[in-house]
Design a protein around this ligand. Sequence first.
Ligand SMILES: [Zn+2]
Ligand SMILES: [Zn+2]
Ligand SMILES: [Zn+2]
Length: 273
Amino acid sequence: MKIKYLGTAAAEGIPAMFCACELCQKARRLGGKDVRMRSQMLIDGDILVDFGPDVFYFTLKYGFNLSQIRYFLITHSHGDHWIPQPFKYRKQGFSYEHIRKEFYIIGSDKITGDPLLLSLEEKIPGRRVTAKPFEPLFFCDLKVTPLPATHMQIECALTYLIERDGKSLLYFNDTGVVGKEVDEFLKAAGARIDLVSFDCTKGDIPYNYNSHMSLAECTSMKERFLEAGICGSFTRFIVTHFSHNCRYTHAELEQAAQRYGFTVACDGLEIEI
Ligand SMILES: [Zn+2]
Ligand SMILES: [Zn+2]
Ligand SMILES: [Zn+2]
């Protein structure tokens, strides 16, 4: 499984577009790994996790096009993770040749019931698949297990266990610390997770905001997963989805994350498991 972090920031990006705080000014000056687009991930060239406002830029920067995506896997409807409008441009007239003749849009009923997608039903060959927590979805070459995030009141935001060719990735954002039923379900399912990608919006600052996580909270989840036996020495742990509120540059985040045993994602990071 080839994983590519396209974007690694929270909703406002880094530098946050309206912000002149010390970190944002530094990020503008330093560029490189200190600039972060909104979070999205590309897997094996044909799975896109989330579909946010920077998607057009990603296709240009990383040399792919959206007609090659077979699975659009959406975590929740917050605007940094889901913007349905571009699907209009899959219609005849806006596009002609497509690498995939069909594709899937997978998400909660909030995503699959999106009025714009419904209005496009006859015009684009995208199958909408409604994901429910703890109910695995099977595709010809992929298994996706939706799990409940701790993130929003009005919608069931989801995290996903993504399995293909004997490898597994737990994509664990946007979420705060989740209930123990997640560990129990994964343990009962016999999961052995090769990579866990954690929400780390708060960086090393444990401020009181429970719909995202800090390094300390990611560590508590990591320890739970190790104890449940679903992770082990075979597991890589990565942190992503950073906000400028965490106040750390990439180098400072790396220094802090080392103490907890995490790799810090940056835009463009590629990992093969
Ligand atoms: Zn987000
Ligand atoms: Zn800022
Ligand atoms: Zn969110």
